[in-house]
Design a protein. Structure first.
Length: 157
């Protein structure tokens, strides 16, 4: 075997110890720098998170604003539609009134034409009205155009 074996083992042990010490020194030197780097990265992450939160809040505010504008436009549109519906309804009611008046005028014209030369029927309706009357008074105008007043009977029905 090798006679330098113990020296070689001692040299290897010394090299190993030196390597461990250098590793410890490097770790002691790098650890504070790593902590600073880690804090810097966590600060950057927190800043990015804050920026994203701010952007989210801004976008939510824009969305609420747009929703409010859309609701306002919808209300205006609804009010306009209701106003137009009322105008259309009023026109239709007016047209219906005109049609009813035309129908009534036509009915009156037909009745008037049928009664024009029909004095016997008119007398019959007048007599029937007198028979069905319930104590009504009929005032017949005199030559001067004034009715004959029944002052004595005015208080009794």
């Amino acid at each position: 075997m090798n006679r330098n074996g113990p020296a070689l083992a001692f040299g290897g042990l010394l090299t190993l110890i030196l390597l461990v010490v250098l590793l410890i020194i490097a770790a002691l030197w790098a650890w504070p720098k790593y902590r600073v780097y880690k804090q810097e990265m966590s600060g950057i992450a927190a800043l990015k998170e804050a920026e994203w939160s701010k952007q989210i809040l801004i976008e939510e505010a824009r969305a609420r604003e747009q929703a409010a504008l859309m609701q306002a436009k919808a209300k205006v549109t609804l009010a306009q539609a209701e106003g137009e519906a009322q105008v259309v309804r009023a026109r239709a009611e007016g047209q219906a009134d005109i049609e009813r008046a035309k129908a009534a005028a036509e009915a009156n014209r037909i009745i008037g034409a049928s009664l024009k030369d029909n004095e016997a029927y008119l007398r019959y309706v007048w007599i029937k009205g007198l028979q069905d009357g319930k104590g009504e008074r009929i005032y017949i105008p005199t030559e001067a155009g004034l009715p004959i007043l029944e002052a004595g009977k005015a208080g009794t029905p």
